[in-house]
Design a protein around this ligand. Structure first.
Ligand code: SAM
Length: 290
């Protein structure tokens, strides 16, 4: 199978009665060169089991099936599932699952390669990092979104998303892909990242407390830490706890803006918050809306 032109994509979409929908991220890669670059960057060996989310018309699937032990594709749109089943009817190592990648049982896999539907970028990334065991992911995101995943403390893109992601994973930028490399042409460019799970560096004693704290504080990323902490503690019904907290963290500058705090500082804060929860001074995340 070789999908090089928008016309091939159009006629397949017509054949399987698929009207591409923006809200389902249905823009299909029209460049074999880029598809090959994506697959090559996954350094796939013959024993690798690959998961692909959002198979579309199979431009990645086709190359993946040629180099991997097996490819499991999860695709939500029935018309595209029918297309993929026809296209790969003779490929014994390709399995197509009709379902929502956010809710179906994930198969066992070594690597994930996917041009993700942008509407579920965040949820699927966190699902993979929290629930699945895998060696690496080669994942395409909306460019702006990928910049938030990659951003460092101090930058204007450093946000709750960046922190949650960087607590669980590590990303490297591989390449940008122009909007014109898709049919229909989306309104934004994309970037491909290599994503692995993080297994070194600062880890909170209790990750649930860490995420709870980050969500509690980061509604206002431009606020000073001291002010954000006061607001959060007030919301938790403990307005006077904030000042005492900083006496346990002499080297943390309470006037620093949230946007500048490193993962290391946030982990130390989280460990102090955990002690407050353990001692009963602060109500914990359970029962609270996280
Ligand atoms: N892999 C193909 C390519 O590169 O041309 C298609 C990529 S397209 C950006 C995203 C695909 O994800 C579409 O085929 C869409 O139908 C599918 N999709 C959207 N939401 C999904 C979900 N929740 N679970 C699984 N697939 C989904």
């Amino acid at each position: 199978m070789s999908l090089l032109h928008d016309n091939d994509i159009k006629s397949l979409l017509r054949k399987y009665s698929v009207k591409p929908r923006k809200e389902m991220g249905q823009s299909f890669l029209n460049s074999q060169i880029i598809a090959r670059q994506i697959v090559t960057s996954a350094e796939i060996s013959q024993s690798d089991r690959i998961l692909e989310i959002g198979g579309g018309l199979g431009i990645l699937t086709n190359i993946l099936a040629g180099v991997a032990d097996s490819v499991t594709v999860i695709e939500l749109e029935m018309g595209l599932v029918n297309a993929l089943k026809d296209i790969f009817s003779e490929s014994e190592n390709v399995k197509i699952i009709h379902g929502d990648a956010l809710t179906v049982d994930l198969p066992k896999f070594d690597k994930i390669v996917a041009n993700l539907p942008y509407s579920i970028s965040s949820e699927i990334t966190f699902r993979l990092l929290k629930e699945a065991k895998f060696e690496l992911g080669i994942l395409m995101y909306q460019k702006e979104f990928s910049r938030r995943l990659l951003s460092s403390p101090g930058s204007s893109e450093y946000s709750r998303l960046s922190i949650d992601f960087q607590y669980l994973g590590k990303a490297t930028h591989l390449m940008d892909v122009k909007a014109r490399n898709f049919y229909p042409v989306p309104s934004v460019d994309s970037s491909v990242l290599k994503v692995i799970k993080r297994d070194t560096g600062p880890m909170a004693k209790n990750s649930e407390i860490f995420f709870w704290m980050v969500h509690g504080l980061y509604s206002y990323p431009n606020k000073q830490l001291r002010k954000a902490m006061k607001i959060w503690f007030k919301n938790l019904g403990r307005p006077n706890l904030a000042d005492g907290l900083f006496s346990r963290l002499d080297d943390v500058n309470k006037t620093d803006r949230l946007r500048t705090l490193s993962l290391e500082t946030l982990v130390r804060l989280s460990d102090v918050i955990q002690k407050l929860v353990e001692s009963g001074d602060l109500p914990g995340p359970r029962g609270d809306s996280i």
